[in-house]
Design a protein around this ligand. Structure first.
Ligand code: SF4
Length: 335
């Protein structure tokens, strides 16, 4: 077995070309992921987390382009393979789960038709074999009476069941990597937990790697091995999950962690938030992208973009200042 990571993304840059300028939606992102492991990508809207995952799948709108870097999946650079090859890889080697199960399923076809279509796209099976496989898939994702359920239409399923079907379609061809973009955001809290447990259990059985895109740090804690925090198109912190929670070092990560609701919170005290708004992605570069919201901003932060530095084993941070220097400025996660 190869000891190379399953996926290595190196200095990925994805830009959007608009009439009013070039938006650097992803601007130099680097990470890797091993088989059987889960990476969480967190950040607020517009941070580049979904564009990063859509770049891996080459699912970009016409005005979006990968302008630099590599996406090494096994021995292929997905940034450069022909689209015909990418169509083979999608669904078979890499699957994607989107946020809203209703828009991911076609309302005019039965659940069975849609699962069998995915299976038939990548495997040469007879109709009977494909149907049997679809039944197995529904069983795997915990849907009872699967033979009857194959005949149902999406509107006959609850939101949680539809998301189970989507997960089933994602695993139908035993992909090596699943990218789940906010897979539980559209679901009730109790169903969210069931769907996350299902994904985790399927991962244990199949050894697939997962990239989980989320804005929810609680989900990261529950599901992930490593986490990458993104802000305005750049990675600001990247670490093993336990290390990040115990020893976060970037002021933006502190802000995210502080804004997580806790059961011990006083309901009369408003949740902590990060004041200000993210920068216009057409104007970033040449400074720390977080400088206009950072309490510890110094002159250098407005003149130079900080490089990623390894500050502890497997813990990378992009800030001009060390944790100790920030602490001397009065900075801490509790501040
Ligand atoms: Fe804040 Fe400067 Fe660090 Fe950016 S580089 S996070 S502005 S202290």
């Amino acid at each position: 077995m190869s000891d190379k990571p399953l996926l290595q993304v190196k200095d990925l840059k994805t830009y959007f070309f608009t009439a009013s300028g070039t938006a650097k939606a992803v601007d130099g992102v680097t990470f890797s992921l091993d088989s059987g492991k889960t990476l969480g990508i967190v950040g607020e809207s517009g941070s580049g987390k979904s564009v990063t995952s859509n770049s891996i799948m080459r699912l970009l709108p016409k005005n979006g382009k990968i302008v630099g870097g590599e996406i090494l999946f096994e021995d292929k650079d997905l940034a450069k393979v022909k689209m015909s090859e990418m169509l083979e890889i999608r669904g078979k080697d890499i699957s994607m789960i989107f946020q809203d199960p209703m828009t991911s399923l076609d309302p005019v076809f039965t659940i069975g038709n849609q699962i069998m279509e995915v299976i038939n796209a990548h495997q040469k099976l007879s109709k009977k074999e494909a149907r049997e496989k679809a039944i197995q898939v529904l069983q795997m994702v915990g849907i009872s009476d699967p033979e009857q359920r194959l005949k149902a239409y999406p509107h006959e399923f609850s939101g949680g069941m539809r998301q189970r079907v989507i997960i089933g379609m994602a695993i139908a061809c035993q992909p090596k990597l699943i990218i789940a973009d906010e897979p539980t955001t559209a679901l009730d809290v109790t169903v969210q937990a069931q769907v996350l447990d299902l994904l985790k259990n399927l991962q244990k059985e199949t050894g697939t790697a997962i990239i989980l895109v989320t804005h929810n740090l609680g989900v990261v804690w529950r599901m992930c091995d490593t986490v990458m925090v993104m802000y305005a198109g750049k990675t600001v912190e990247y670490a093993e999950v336990k290390d990040l929670y115990a020893n976060a070092r970037h002021p933006y990560t502190w802000g995210l962690l502080k804004s997580m609701p806790k059961v011990t919170d006083d309901p009369n005290v408003p949740l902590a938030s990060i004041p200000g708004t993210p920068p216009d992605l057409k104007l970033t570069g040449g400074s720390c992208n977080f400088h206009n919201r950072c309490k510890y901003c110094q002159e250098i932060c407005m003149k130079e973009s900080p490089e990623m530095k390894e500050v502890a084993p497997n813990h990378f941070v992009a800030c001009h200042f060390s944790k100790e220097e920030l602490e001397k400025m009065g900075g801490s996660i509790d501040e």
